[in-house]
Design a binder for this molecule. Structure first.
Ligand code: ADE
Length: 250
């Protein structure tokens, strides 16, 4: 899977993309990343990519021409090849989720556009952006950190990047939070691990883990339980256990 990232600050990406799983996935050829400096498409001597807003007001706005030229150059001719999604990272976008990450992981290529300053000229949005994503209801200084979050969440779902088993039971993969994890020693500072985990009964371990996922989700994110129920992800055992815990569906 290939990610093209359009940004005014390509240097910001070196750290997160040069370490750990994202680094390994690039070395293994499972993902590749193209970093493109929007300023390279500015036409003037000063490589100007922003300007004051029409109508006045605070801050600067990303100019239409360099940004549009960068998107078009990186995207290629849409008549020749099916164009990849052009995703703008912006606090006004649809809120990013595990479901959206899974959807994007099925694409062969994504173009991520990092907004900056007060935003970008609205006409570029209309003409070239196909989707807008926000990573949460707060405002960052720019879209770069948000693009890193999206690449990280999508890349780990690309087949082979991480062990498939760890994806199927992790938080949010099926609208439930994860069960708690323990490793050696069996007793730490007078705290033993739950006995079932050292019992050797795989069936009991699986049942305990499922119940822990339900219990945690009810305690911390009851909104997710409603979603899991609506998606048909809770069986009769789950519902009986949740009823024991006092869950009353609305
Ligand atoms: N740019 C600024 N804030 C953002 C956010 N919350 N998500 C995505 N891009 C952003």
């Amino acid at each position: 899977m290939h990610f093209d990232i359009l940004t005014l600050f390509p240097g910001m990406f070196a750290g997160p993309f040069g370490e750990s799983i994202l680094k390994r996935a690039q070395q293994a050829g499972q993902i590749s990343v193209g970093l493109h400096n929007i300023r390279d498409w500015a036409s003037d001597r000063h490589r100007t990519a922003d300007d004051a807003p029409f109508g006045g007001g605070a801050g600067m706005v990303m100019k239409a021409a360099p940004l549009a030229a960068s998107i078009r150059a990186v995207r290629g001719d849409p008549a020749a090849v099916p164009p990849p999604p052009v995703i703008l990272l912006s606090p006004d976008g649809e809120v990013f989720s595990q479901a959206i990450a899974a959807e994007l992981a099925a694409e062969p290529r994504l173009i991520l556009v990092c907004g900056h300053y007060e935003g970008l000229d609205e006409r570029v949005r209309e003409a070239l952006v196909t989707r807008e994503l926000s990573i949460g209801d707060y405002v960052l200084t720019g879209g770069e950190l948000a693009a890193m979050v999206v690449v990280d969440a999508v890349a780990r779902l690309v087949p082979g990047v991480i062990d498939g088993a760890s994806i199927t039971e992790e938080s949010h993969s099926d609208s439930l939070l994860e069960y708690p994890h323990y490793t050696r020693p069996a007793v730490w500072e007078d705290r033993p691990v739950p006995a079932v985990l050292t019992s050797g009964h795989h069936g009991e371990v699986a049942k305990w883990r499922r119940r822990e996922r339900l219990r945690r989700t009810l305690a911390r994110r009851p909104d997710l339980l409603i979603r899991a129920f609506a998606q048909g992800l809770l069986d009769t055992h789950d519902l009986a256990y949740l009823a024991e815990l006092g869950w009353r569906r609305l």
